[in-house]
Design a protein around this ligand. Structure first.
Ligand code: GLN
Length: 330
């Protein structure tokens, strides 16, 4: 087990960390609550028993259990990375004119804009994410998609692809997202061709990853933007604070406050059943389990993260502020 070394500083033995993950996996695999997302018809086909947990540290150690190679579409977790790219393309001040940083307290797919500014509330909910994606630069749809795929390559360390069935499934049924895009077009928050913006948004959501990838991507954010496995920079260091701040306050939708209170680390979930969580300067965490609660967060994922935070003392405002250390080597 993880052991408390001295006040507020936790030394975690690597073999103990793997057994912490194994214990959590066997404890929660029998938890049968929640339901897989079915509003995108293709997502309803997923096996609800799939379950994996993965941790990657900023010095590149990997700990993983369960179905960590199982592929799935990244869905809303993509919003984190698209936000980083929009910030790199336009800078903080301009992006703030198009999308705010205020939690909504509402569901991820609410059709709401800030009354005064007409901006979507934040880049972690659908409306804000569609506005963010519409900012990604490129001379045409193909170039913009390639820039998004290149970005995911930097974070994962390998080529990534769009799941065409999931993309077309969402494109043909995503009327709510289309309604949000039209509303934002009306208020001048989106100015390019909205069908192109929506296509790119649906494509980024349909990018294929596994749980291991989630943890590597999270570890890249934890490591100030440098992928700890490839050693290559994925995003400009100056935007890490913007990305992690909106993850912390808005990443878990209308559960964001309770998450910040109990788990206490920046995170993002998606209707695929993935949760990506970042312990700055320490590690990235990925959990995958498709059944969702009423707010669209993975049921097992939330429980695992709550326990991991407690056992490893990861909460930003406890135990010296995320000062857990994993000893290198076995
Ligand atoms: N593609 C999904 C949508 O736009 C993503 C939602 C999510 O993962 N919360 O509805």
């Amino acid at each position: 087990m993880a052991k408390q070394a001295n006040s507020g500083d936790l030394e975690i033995n690597p073999s103990s960390l793997l057994s912490v993950l194994q214990d959590l996996h066997s404890k929660y695999k029998s938890l049968q609550e929640g339901a897989v997302a079915n509003y995108i018809p293709e997502l309803a086909k997923v096996n609800p028993d799939l379950f994996s947990i993965c941790i990657v540290t900023v010095d590149g150690q990997v700990y993983e259990v369960g179905d960590y190679q199982q592929l799935f579409t990244i869905q809303s977790i993509s919003k984190v990375f698209a936000y980083g790219l929009a910030l790199e393309d336009h800078g903080r001040d301009y992006v703030l004119t198009r999308v705010g940083v205020e939690p909504t307290g509402d569901a991820f797919n609410s059709i709401i804009l800030d009354e005064q500014s007409k901006r979507p509330y934040n880049p972690m909910v659908n409306a804000g994410a569609i506005a963010t994606t519409s900012l990604i630069k490129g001379t045409g749809a193909t170039e913009r998609l390639n820039r998004v795929l290149d970005m995911f390559h930097r974070y994962t360390g390998h080529d990534v692809f769009v799941d065409i069935s999931v993309f077309t499934s969402e494109r043909s049924t995503g009327h709510r997202n289309r309604a949000m895009a039209h509303l934002m077009l009306n208020f001048g928050m989106i100015d390019q061709n909205i069908e192109q913006a929506l296509d790119l948004y649906f494509q980024q959501c349909a990018v294929i990853v596994n749980c291991h990838d989630l943890a590597v991507m999270a570890a890249t954010l934890a490591n100030k933007g440098v992928n700890p496995i490839t050693g290559k920079r994925a995003v400009d260091h100056q935007y890490i604070k913007d990305i992690l701040s909106v993850m912390y306050t808005c990443g878990m939708y209308n559960f964001a406050g309770e998450w910040a209170y109990t788990v206490g680390i920046p995170a993002k979930s998606g209707v695929c059943g993935g949760i990506l969580a970042v312990v700055p300067n320490q590690m990235g965490i990925g959990v995958f389990s498709p059944p969702l609660d009423a707010r669209g967060n993975s049921v097992r994922g939330v429980e695992v993260c709550k326990e991991l935070s407690q056992q490893l003392c990861l909460h930003m405002f406890a135990c010296g502020g995320g000062s857990s250390k994993i000893e290198s080597g076995e």
